[in-house]
Design a protein around this ligand. Structure first.
Ligand code: ADE
Length: 312
């Protein structure tokens, strides 16, 4: 029939957004602190060749019900052509404390801080992982696997609650759709679960969620290493003591798959009831047997219980 295919849409006004300061460089591009008329924002800038990554991340934020206190909040996206180089922008809330990784480098944490960060991170992850069925009044949310969970992708809000960021590699699982095959080794080597390092290629929804839980265990370990409940040392990334700053895939395979190694548990942790009580949770997150790993909801509940019974 006679549609409106030739209709011209009015141009969307450009965001009144100024870049202030470069915060980080990554695989994808760069993250800036920016300013809207009424607030600071974070601006992730993708090079034009990375349109697919930009679109992939937008698609995750565009899913129904993606608003949660422990998931980074989307604000806007924009295509900018500033003269010679077009850039793709993704604008989100800005959190001044930055990533958990940077925070732990510069700060130690109390047992109460550890519980708050750990529980809220698990809460955000549980929300991502859970499918919310559609109802007549609201469209549901598919289960989402993050696939690049690490302390750099967990941001800290002012009150030391966590929010999960960077959905560039995330996968959604629409109910009734089949298996995801031939997914290569994506994510960050240091945080790759043994089955990813091994190069398994056929994962279903639950196997992707379990891969996130392995990484969650490593992040809980990072929190424990900086907890002042016992004497603490300098901040080290997981496996940094063993493989250094830039591990090869083979380095990680040898340790994590062949020798089944995990980051060292500090014997001093046994002297604090909270840290002692948290060890089994960490170990059940990074279990070699993916099917034995805890769910994010279970981790959240375990930390909540520990926080209630052990106050200092
Ligand atoms: N680094 C990456 N994303 C950020 C954000 N939203 N706020 C602050 N620092 C960040």
């Amino acid at each position: 029939g006679h549609g409106y295919s030739g209709m011209i849409l009015p141009p969307r006004p450009a965001l009144n957004l100024q870049l202030l300061e470069l915060k980080a460089h990554g695989r994808y591009g760069s993250v800036w602190k920016g300013q809207l008329p009424d607030r600071f924002v974070a601006v992730k800038i993708f090079p034009i060749q990375d349109r697919q990554s930009w679109l992939a991340e937008l698609e995750v934020y565009a899913l129904p019900q993606m608003k949660h206190d422990n998931v980074l909040k989307f604000i806007a996206s924009e295509e900018r052509d500033d003269g010679d180089s077009a850039k793709l922008w993704l604008v989100t809330e800005y959190h001044d404390r930055g990533s958990l990784c940077d925070f732990l480098k510069g700060n130690v944490i109390t047992w109460a801080d550890l519980c708050k960060i750990g529980e809220t991170m698990a809460c955000g992850l549980a929300y991502l992982h859970d499918e919310i069925p559609s109802t007549p009044s609201a469209k549901g949310k598919p289960a989402v696997a993050h696939r690049d969970l690490k302390s750099k992708n967990v941001l800290l809000k002012q009150d030391l609650t966590a929010c999960i960021a960077d959905f560039g590699l995330a996968l959604k699982f629409e109910p009734g759709k089949g298996l995801n095959e031939t997914h290569p080794q994506v994510g960050t080597r240091r945080y790759m679960a043994p089955e990813v390092l091994e190069g398994a290629i056929c994962f279903n929804r639950d196997s992707f969620l379990r891969i996130d839980m392995y990484a969650c265990g490593l992040i809980l370990w990072e929190l424990m290493t900086r907890c002042t409940a016992v004497d603490v040392g300098d901040y080290r990334l997981p496996f940094e003591a063993e493989v250094g700053q830039q591990p090869s895939l083979e380095d990680m395979q040898t340790r994590v798959v062949t020798r089944k190694m995990r980051p060292a548990l500090n014997p001093l942790w046994n002297k604090h009831p909270g840290l002692y009580g948290l060890v089994p949770t960490v170990e059940e997150c990074w279990d070699q047997d993916a099917e034995a790993r805890l769910s994010a909801g279970c981790v959240q509940e375990r930390i909540r219980q520990l926080a209630r019974t052990i106050n200092s």
